[in-house]
Ligand binder design. Sequence first.
Ligand SMILES: *[C@@H]1O[C@H](CO)[C@@H](O)[C@H](O)[C@H]1NC(C)=O
Ligand SMILES: *[C@@H]1O[C@H](CO)[C@@H](O)[C@H](O)[C@H]1NC(C)=O
Ligand SMILES: *[C@@H]1O[C@H](CO)[C@@H](O)[C@H](O)[C@H]1NC(C)=O
Ligand SMILES: *[C@@H]1O[C@H](CO)[C@@H](O)[C@H](O)[C@H]1NC(C)=O
Ligand SMILES: *[C@@H]1O[C@H](CO)[C@@H](O)[C@H](O)[C@H]1NC(C)=O
Ligand SMILES: [Cu+2]
Length: 653
Amino acid sequence: MLLFPTWKAGFLSTLLAISYAQIHSRPKGIQTLGSTVSRGESIPRPAGKWVSPEYRWFFEYPLPIPSTKSPKLTYTNDKTHAIIDYYEVEVKPVKQQIFPNLSPTELVAYDGVSPGPMFVMHKGREAVVRFSNNGPTNMSVHVHGQYNRAPFDGWAADYAYPGQYKDYYYPNAQNARTVWYHDHTEYATGEHTYRGQDGFYIITDSEEQSLGLPSGKYDVPLAISAKVYNLDGSLKFDTNNNSGLWGDIIHVNGQPWPYLNVEPRKYRFRLLDASVSRTYDLSFVEGLNGSAIPFNAIASDSGLFSQPVNTDNIAMSMGERYEIVFDFSGHAGKKIILKNSHGLGENVDYAATDMVMQFNVGSSVSDSSNNGDVPSSLRYIPPAPKSDVVKDFTFGRSDDGTWLINGVGFSDVEHRILTRPPRGDDEIWTLHNGNGGGTHPVHIHLVDFQVLSRTGGRNNVLPYESAGMKDVVWLAGGETVQVVARYAPWDGVYMFHCHNLVHEDHDMLAAFNVTQLAKWGYDNSTIFIDPMQPEFRPKNINAADYTQDAILKKLAWFYSSDAYHIGNLGAVSSALDAYSTSGVRAPTTSSNSRSLETSVLASSSSPGIVSSSSAISPTTTTSAASKSTIATTSTSSTWSHRGLTASTRTKRW
Ligand SMILES: *[C@@H]1O[C@H](CO)[C@@H](O)[C@H](O)[C@H]1NC(C)=O
Ligand SMILES: *[C@@H]1O[C@H](CO)[C@@H](O)[C@H](O)[C@H]1NC(C)=O
Ligand SMILES: *[C@@H]1O[C@H](CO)[C@@H](O)[C@H](O)[C@H]1NC(C)=O
Ligand SMILES: *[C@@H]1O[C@H](CO)[C@@H](O)[C@H](O)[C@H]1NC(C)=O
Ligand SMILES: *[C@@H]1O[C@H](CO)[C@@H](O)[C@H](O)[C@H]1NC(C)=O
Ligand SMILES: [Cu+2]
């Protein structure tokens, strides 16, 4: 076995660390080199194939920690004291040194960093984020994992051209969870995300904070992605290749095979598979050949589990998040490697795709708070609702190689709305892996779902898949998976798709329309149901819109739209309760047959030029619901307990 020469590695990496620090314009918050643990420990030079130039600097560069984004200003309503925090993010090109021996790599990233700045949102405080597109491509931003109203959900055809901006209005009303944001532009989501447009969006709440989980520097987000590079250091991406992009260079938070100095205590890690096509089976080992060390999985896509799941591995597919608490206390002075299994699913394995990163465990603990046992009870999760509405969706490949859902892709504008769940309906969706095989992580926007069953393939639901609520489920070759969700709280048109981004762009992306229940007494405004609603479309960047005065006016206008306010949510919630107990079904079709209700989307699928002078008029609000309540307390407690009544619902149809 050819060993990597340690002295040379140490010398070289000192030099390189300097140039890295100079070239890398990462914001404050980057983990600096620790002094207690030596880096560059020699590891066997992996044998096997590379498609990129060979990478040799394993565990020599520190894990970048995304900086936390601060609001630029805060709007407070005079009467209700409700608050909206306002943030600005610029999408722009940046050069980042990835290979120490090649030219810097060109990326297009949020605020010029990849992954982008991290949002830390507190439940109960709404936010508006203005994304200004100063990059070379179109842009649509999806905050993946919260229930945004349709015009703010990153609809694939609702993109901003270079030179435009869009204001996204976010509720931050759900329980604590690890959400992420990434590009969702039609036919280009994969390439844009791959070239840098992704980041973390954390929602936190007081219930979570009272659990005493590791926090601060002991709470670390880990976005794992796999890419391919050319000899000149540029990223390789073939837009016309519709099979997948597995990648031989594994990155964590944008850095290939980094290390993190840790203390011998508990850490919370927020794992995200941000790759285009690669799935992982992750485990922690001491030394390359060590056996897997058990840890507690505590949360998935939609927040905390009801109780921790003890496991020694986590298998995850693209878009999924898992949170774990790992205890380094028995490993002082050791090196722990985060490993990946070879031979998983349809992945193509390369020389070093079995390694992810290394933890260098120090010998002392600087802060022993929040280092106790993980509580045995983490959160109340209602039992899965019973439902006899079952809809089938087959994820398969057509003869020409296109990936489709029930034979339909996003480019089939007339048919891409595959189903219309009545608002508040509990539905079981049966997801089939059809022709063409392939791994399809299925992401349903808007809802949190529960995984009910998996047949074929792995034939079981993994304990950490069923322990919490999710928004992506891994549908591997030969598998059929059932998920149940309540299609709520909002009505409107939302996407669901494969999160193998190559499949998504080629064209495994469809939609559903959560339809109004007539006469149930809640807000019946339709302003938020069309993702292409003109008022909310991107606008040309102009200085006048960026003054404090213009921004505050815009925030007041958003506030008056009543998109998310507690009065609205309360009314929706009680209307749906009434519906649930009445047993009367609204006269809406629930089949997933092709429908021809297309006029709205057909006319808006190719965004016309948005007039540059489309100044927002703060008086054109269509919803006039009163704001008699103050949105500072928990806005969704009623909502999250709705599931309690679900199992006793009787439906008569
Ligand atoms: C942005 O979208 C427009 C309209 O679909 C398209 O013509 C244009 O080529 C896109 N721009 C880029 C840079 O891809
Ligand atoms: C498409 O990409 C896959 C995976 O990287 C590769 O194996 C395949 O050869 C590519 N196909 C073409 C036609 O380039
Ligand atoms: C680790 O395993 C590899 C084969 O997987 C073997 O070649 C190597 O000698 C082992 N190293 C140690 C230290 O046991
Ligand atoms: C979605 O459903 C609503 C009824 O709730 C309807 O008004 C609207 O036109 C539908 N949208 C599309 C694009 O079919
Ligand atoms: C919406 O609700 C209001 C008040 O309940 C009612 O007056 C109005 O007619 C409704 N509009 C539609 C389109 O149903
Ligand atoms: Cu797929």
